[in-house]
Design a binder for this molecule. Structure first.
Ligand SMILES: [Fe+2]
Length: 375
């Protein structure tokens, strides 16, 4: 067999090429939007692409699945319940996709999203047991996928994790993310084993109730441009440009300088609405980062823009995105609302209190493990 993990540093995603060296048939799982890299690999190796599998409808990055499948005449596969507007081969739990001598076995592992599947890789000439599992955003390295956007469910995630942990120790785990916004405590390694995670993933030690409680609290903000990206992946919109693919340099300014910013300037607060309502720098307008690409019409192009969040991480990415789509006068407020010493302005504080953990991938590997101690 042939197996390659391809890591995308921009979105923290992993995609996979699996092929049979005997039949030269290949499958690609969770392809990134830049599909040239897969074309090159397939050409170099003389592989024919048979299946393109999206483990789920992604909300944090635009999938290259449709483009790749169309270009190669491959079958585009998703779990049968995936709610998308385009045609696809609907996979069911337990289904086996033959790939030369290899078998790709579908395991429905909802929780992060209802349609999420994991894929067991089996090479029967060597063993009837699986040697690898591609877990999408179910089991991550040191973490599991967050359940709080896109119809996820923490209880289902618990069941899915339990199901995966029944696999033998030696099974190598290849997740859909090695960093990024889909988890809150990923280790940063791009792979692991079932045995290691059973022993050392703090979530695997929890019973159902504390697992659900922990997974449902203190999540990072919804990903940058999540709305536009999810709609694009469902076929309900066509906004592939909503992905941040550049690292434009952006000027910065301290939050203290917002007290006397120029009168014609605009201050955009990209935090979640509940964070904004519970205290923002006076004059700031709230456009959460997850809605930024969908609400560009509200953001003037001819005025100086200041972008602010809690600590300067989300705002930097949002500012880079605004530069990417042509805004010229963009400044990142580098220390954020958390460093503002003046009076805060408030919105609707009858709303539930914020439960957002400030993060922009800084969370990878930095979560305090004691938070995971069994209750
Ligand atoms: Fe995801």
């Amino acid at each position: 067999m042939y197996f390659k993990q391809i890591l995308d540093e921009h979105c923290g995603c992993a995609s996979y090429l699996i092929a049979s060296r005997q039949s030269h048939k290949a499958a690609i799982v969770d392809p990134a939007i830049s599909i040239d890299q897969y074309d090159e690999l397939l050409n170099e190796r003389g592989f024919t692409l048979k299946y393109v599998i999206d483990t789920h409808v992604h909300a944090d990055h635009v999938s290259g699945g449709r483009k790749l499948a169309a270009k190669h005449g491959a079958e585009l596969c998703l779990f049968e319940t995936a709610r998308v507007t385009y045609s696809f081969r609907g996979l069911h739990d337990g289904e086996v996709l033959p790939l030369g001598q290899l078998e790709l076995k579908v395991v429905h592992t909802p929780g992060h999203r209802p349609e999420l599947i994991s894929v067991l890789v089996i090479n029967p000439p060597r063993s009837a047991e699986p040697s690898m599992v591609l877990t999408g955003d179910s089991l991550l390295v040191g973490d599991v996928g967050r359940p709080d956007f896109g119809g996820g469910d923490a209880g289902q995630q618990y069941e899915s994790l339990s199901r995966l942990l029944r696999l033998p120790d030696w099974v190598a785990v290849f997740p859909g993310h090695f960093e990024g916004p889909c988890g809150k405590g990923m280790c940063g390694r791009p792979s692991t084993t079932i045995g290691f995670e059973r022993l050392y993933n703090p979530l695997t030690r929890l019973d159902r109730a504390p697992f659900v409680k922990l997974l449902s609290s203190g999540v990072p903000a919804r990903p940058l441009n999540m709305l536009a990206i999810e709609q694009t992946n469902r076929g309900a919109a066509d906004m592939p440009w909503a992905m941040l693919t550049t690292t434009e340099s952006v000027a910065d300014a301290p939050v203290a300088s917002m007290a006397d910013r120029s009168p014609g300037s605009v201050l955009i607060d990209v935090r979640e609405p509940e964070e904004y309502h519970y205290g923002h720098v006076p004059g700031a307008a709230n456009v959460p980062q997850s809605e930024l690409a969908s609400r560009l019409r509200e953001i003037p192009r001819d005025r100086p823009l200041y972008v602010i969040c809690e600590g300067g991480m989300r705002s930097l990415k949002a500012a880079r995105f605004l530069r990417q789509v042509g805004y010229r006068q963009v400044v990142n407020v580098k220390d954020g609302t958390g460093a503002w010493t003046g009076e805060l302005a408030y919105g609707d504080t009858s709303l539930p209190k914020p439960r957002v953990t400030e993060s922009s991938w800084g969370h990878a590997g930095v979560l305090d493990p004691s938070q995971y101690a069994p209750l």
